[in-house]
Ligand binder design. Structure first.
Ligand SMILES: [Zn+2]
Ligand SMILES: [Zn+2]
Length: 194
């Protein structure tokens, strides 16, 4: 779900990555783009190989994931980039997307899918990155070094975040309130190459 007002973003077709989300107005650093809402499903029950529509599964707890409603526009439409301008912030167990830096009108909003380092379980790997940034690694998988740094940081974040009730099969509901902006942290620019 977008938390950014409708006149700030639009959904357009990209050249190689299907649909994408683009800024219509300038978006300031730290501004929240949206909350990743959807159905709470058991991660173990989900067959990743059969899902040809894209990478839409979002981590919720160690057993649960969020699967968004693909019929509605939402922040699940943000494409992956090796130099993303948005990042994920865990708030009350929810994954909020926020602007890492100022985003100019016309720019595509991007995120890192933060895929674990490529190993034999991802074979054949279809996670080819076409972000065309100068830091593009050609893959959506993070390097082991960056992935481990990110995991460590996120585990600390999770400890600080409120415990969340998991109800499988139910839709994750919008929170009653959201922070106005997300504070910067050096780890973001380290992993985001900005
Ligand atoms: Zn892969
Ligand atoms: Zn890339």
């Amino acid at each position: 779900m977008f938390l950014l007002a409708d006149d700030f973003w639009q959904i357009k077709a990209t050249r190689e990555k299907g649909l994408g989300v683009f800024a219509k107005k300038e978006i300031c650093a730290g501004i929240i783009i949206g909350d990743y809402l959807g159905k709470v499903i058991k991660t173990a029950d989900y067959d990743l190989d059969r899902d040809k529509k894209g990478l839409f599964l979002m981590y919720f707890t160690d057993q649960a994931s969020i699967y968004p409603n693909l019929k509605k526009p939402g922040i699940h439409l943000l494409n992956h980039s090796c130099t993303p301008n948005c990042w994920i912030y865990i708030y009350c167990g929810h994954s909020l997307f926020f602007a890492l830096r100022k985003i100019n009108p016309g720019e595509e909003l991007t995120i890192s899918y933060l895929l674990s380092p490529k190993d034999e379980t991802c074979n054949p790997c279809t996670h080819i990155c076409k972000c065309s940034s100068k830091h593009c690694t050609g893959t959506m998988h993070l390097s082991r070094d960056k992935y481990e740094k990110w995991q460590k940081f996120q585990n600390n974040q999770k400890k600080k975040s409120k415990k969340i009730k998991v109800v499988f099969g139910k839709n994750l509901q919008k929170l009653t309130s959201y922070p106005k902006t997300i504070p910067d942290n050096p780890i973001y620019s380290l992993i985001a190459n900005i």
